[in-house]
Ligand binder design. Structure first.
Ligand code: NCD
Length: 333
C-alpha cells in the first residue's frame, strides 16, 4: 500500500504534497498534524468558495467512484469535491449488477483496470478489508468510502472537522457514541482518530448485541484512550457529554441472517432515541452529530435545536473531501 506512482507522470509541481498518491484505507493512516492540516485546508477552501473563488487544481484528473453499497452523501460529496476543483468523475451505477463484477470479475482486476481510466479510485464495498485489497492491486490511490462494518476514514475526517469547527478543539472533550456501535463503521474510524487527542472521555451507549467490539476498545486503550465507559442508558452520561454522536442500526448487516435479533433491536429503538425532551438533559454547549442516513434515532423535531449540527456536518463533507483530494491528487495549496 502506502504511496503509489501514478500510471501517467504528474505534470508541473503537482507532487509537492506529502499526501500525494497516498491510499486512504483506515483512520490509522493519518497523523494528528495531518488531520489538522486537512481540517484547516477544508476551512480555507470553504471560505474561498463561499466568496466565489474557484480552483482548477484537479483539472485533467478523473476519479472513479465505484460504490457497491448504497450512498447519497459519501458518493455525492466526493463527486462534488472533484467537480468543484475542476476534476472529472466516472461513476458506476449499481456495480454489483452492471459492472464486470456481475460477470464474476474479482475486485483486484477491477481495481487494476480503473488505474487506466482515472487517477484515484473511491470505493465502497460490502466486505471488511476490501479497500485494502483493492489498494494492494491498484497503482492509483484508493480511498475507502466504507468497507462493510469495517472503517469509513473520510467520514471520520469530516466528523473531526465538524468537532473542530463547532467546539474549537478536540482535547478534553467527552464524546458519547450511541446506536449500533458493532456494525457502524463511522464510529469505528472516529474512535480511532480520537486517540490522537489528549484527555478524551469516550462513552458507548448501545442495546445489548450492538456493543463496540472489544477488539476496537482494546486498540483504543493501547493507543492511550483508556477513559472509556459503556452503558445501556444515555441518561448515565448525557449531562457530561460534549459531543453526542448517534448512528442508525445497520439492519442490512444482520436482518436476513437473524430476523429475531433484528426484531429485538427494533423494539429497543425508543430507549435510544433523541427527542426534544432528551435534549433538555444535555449541556447547552453540546453538539449532536449523526453521519446520516438517519432512521428513528433522532426525532425530526430536534432538527431546529441549535445543538443539532448534523446537516452542517454533511455540508462539511464536501469541503473535507475537496481538501483530501487536493492533497492526494493536486499540488499542496
Ligand atoms: C454511513 C455509512 O455509510 O457508513 N453513512 C455515511 O457514509 N455518511 C452511516 C450509515 O450507513 O449508517
Amino acid at each position: 500500500m502506502a504511496r503509489h506512482e501514478f500510471t501517467r507522470p504528474p505534470l508541473g509541481d503537482f507532487h509537492t504534497s506529502p499526501f500525494y498518491g497516498r491510499d486512504v484505507i483506515s483512520a490509522d493512516d493519518f497523523s494528528k498534524p495531518e488531520v489538522i492540516q486537512i481540517s484547516d485546508l477544508a476551512t480555507q477552501i470553504e471560505m474561498i468558495q463561499r466568496n466565489g473563488g474557484r480552483s482548477t487544481i484537479l483539472a485533467g484528473k478523473i476519479a472513479n467512484v465505484i460504490f457497491y453499497e448504497a450512498s447519497t452523501r459519501t458518493s455525492g460529496s466526493f463527486q462534488a469535491a472533484m467537480l468543484l476543483l475542476g476534476g472529472d468523475v466516472i461513476t458506476y451505477p449499481d456495480p454489483k449488477k452492471f459492472s464486470s463484477a456481475a460477470k464474476g470479475e474479482n475486485l483486484e482486476d477491477t481495481a487494476r483496470t480503473l488505474d487506466g481510466q482515472g487517477h484515484v479510485t473511491i470505493l465502497r464495498h460490502v466486505d471488511i478489508g476490501s479497500a485494502a485489497k483493492a489498494a494492494r492491486a491498484a497503482r492509483n490511490p484508493v480511498v475507502n468510502g466504507g468497507d462493510g462494518a469495517g472503517e469509513h476514514p473520510t467520514q471520520a475526517l469530516l466528523d473531526l472537522h465538524t468537532i473542530l469547527r463547532t467546539h474549537g478543539e478536540v482535547d478534553g472533550l467527552t464524546v458519547t457514541m450511541m446506536g449500533d456501535l458493532k456494525f457502524g463503521r463511522t464510529i469505528h474510524s472516529l474512535a480511532k482518530m480520537l486517540t490522537m487527542f489528549e484527555d478524551i472521555t469516550l462513552n458507548f451507549v448501545s442495546a445489548e448485541g450492538l456493543d463496540m467490539p472489544e477488539g476496537i476498545r482494546d486498540d483504543l486503550r493501547t493507543k492511550g484512550l483508556g477513559n472509556q465507559y459503556a452503558t445501556r442508558s444515555l441518561a448515565d452520561v448525557l449531562p457530561t457529554t460534549d459531543v453526542l454522536y448517534v448512528t442508525r442500526t445497520q439492519n442490512e448487516r444482520f436482518q436476513e441472517e437473524d430476523p429475531e435479533f433484528a426484531e429485538m433491536i427494533r423494539l429497543s429503538i425508543p430507549l435510544y432515541q433523541v427527542t426534544p425532551e432528551v435534549m433538555e438533559g444535555a449541556k447547552t454547549t453540546m453538539t449532536l452529530m449523526h453521519p446520516f442516513p438517519r432512521n428513528e434515532e433522532i426525532a425530526p423535531t430536534v432538527d431546529d435545536d441549535p445543538r443539532a449540527v448534523y446537516f452542517d456536518q454533511a455540508d462539511y463533507g464536501v469541503d473535507v473531501r475537496e481538501a483530501l483530494l487536493a492533497l492526494i491528487l493536486g499540488r499542496a495549496v
